[in-house]
Design a protein around this ligand. Structure first.
Ligand SMILES: [Zn+2]
Length: 308
């Protein structure tokens, strides 16, 4: 059974202006790296479908879903927050990105794919129940998780978020949903300036000081995430896979390297194999300097698909 690789050219059409770090080139850099490392040979490629309104409304209010579509400009941009804007293609790209998470969930649940990696943008983990922000419009992993719970009938799903920024949108959506355990590490004192006080007992938030480095990150996983995951026994694991904690990425200062992403992926794979029949869906979040982004994704995917 091959792993699934899900992406779509519509995700390249959303852009937020010259020089914006969340740029379409990110997906191409990742695709190239997966190609030249041979990892795509182990994966079946799928086009991301459009998520339906009903699927989006599992993680967002119907008013918000309608708003994102209604604010589509005919040309130019609509500013959403100081760092986030919509172009004429944003709604389509965001709906594909969320649809990728839905398809990934279906493939893994139907055992048509062992695991799935979604090479998608815009990212999702800052998008809340009723608000865009932080380069995000629809919360892709949240849409996938609610699909796993509400359509496939799972009772316990874990969300792992190792992006350098706290996944405040995911926490907002899941803080009262005890079917979900969210484990997150993030850099303290940077956007979105949240996460220090968890919003629910199902949130395992570990803030790390700037320049903590690999050892502190790994200790957080070992000491905070793994015991919580062991107790929770997730039936499926979703990953908000952000790579902006890499030492060469100027968006954050955690000082991580490719080996850290390979290592944390191995820990997640171990939990999934013990409790979740190996079921993992990983969705791209941050990572803004193309070379370390592409290398880190390759390190992550290699372990995820068992090619390590
Ligand atoms: Zn980030």
């Amino acid at each position: 059974m091959l792993a699934a690789y899900i992406t779509h050219t519509d995700c390249l059409k959303h852009e937020m202006g010259e020089g914006h770090p969340e740029c379409p080139e990110r997906l191409g850099a990742i695709n190239d790296q997966l190609l030249i490392t041979g990892l795509l040979n182990y994966m079946q490629t799928y086009d991301a479908p459009l998520a339906t309104a009903e699927q989006l409304q599992q993680a967002h209010s119907s008013l918000y879903v309608r708003d994102v579509a209604a604010h589509r400009p005919d040309s130019g941009y609509v500013q959403v927050d100081p760092d986030t804007r919509m172009n004429p293609h944003t709604n389509q790209a965001a709906t594909r990105a969320a649809g990728a998470a839905v398809l990934a969930t279906d493939l893994v649940m139907r055992k048509e794919a062992a695991v799935a990696f979604c090479n998608i943008r815009p990212p999702g983990h800052h998008a809340e129940w009723g608000a865009a922000g932080g380069f995000c419009f629809f919360n892709n992993v949240a849409v996938g998780i609610r699909h796993a719970l509400n359509v496939h009938g799972l009772e316990r799903v874990a969300l792992i978020d190792f992006d350098v920024h706290h996944g405040n949108g995911s926490e907002n959506i899941f803080c009262e949903d005890t079917r979900v355990l969210m484990c997150s590490t993030f850099e303290e004192g940077v956007y979105p300036f949240l996460g220090a006080v968890p919003l629910g007992p199902n949130m395992v938030n570990v803030g790390l000081p700037s320049r903590s480095g690999s050892a502190a990150f790994r200790a957080s996983v070992t000491d905070a995430w793994l015991p919580a995951l062991e107790k929770f026994r997730p039936q499926m694991i979703f990953i908000s896979a952000g790579f902006d904690g890499h030492r060469e990425d100027d968006m954050g200062n955690l000082g991580l390297v490719e080996d850290d992403y390979a290592w944390v992926t191995k820990q997640i794979v171990n939990v999934a194999q013990t409790h979740a029949q190996g079921r993992i869906v990983s969705c791209l979040e941050g990572g803004y300097v193309l070379s370390p982004l592409a290398r880190s994704v390759a390190a992550h995917v290699k372990v995820l698909i068992g090619a390590d």
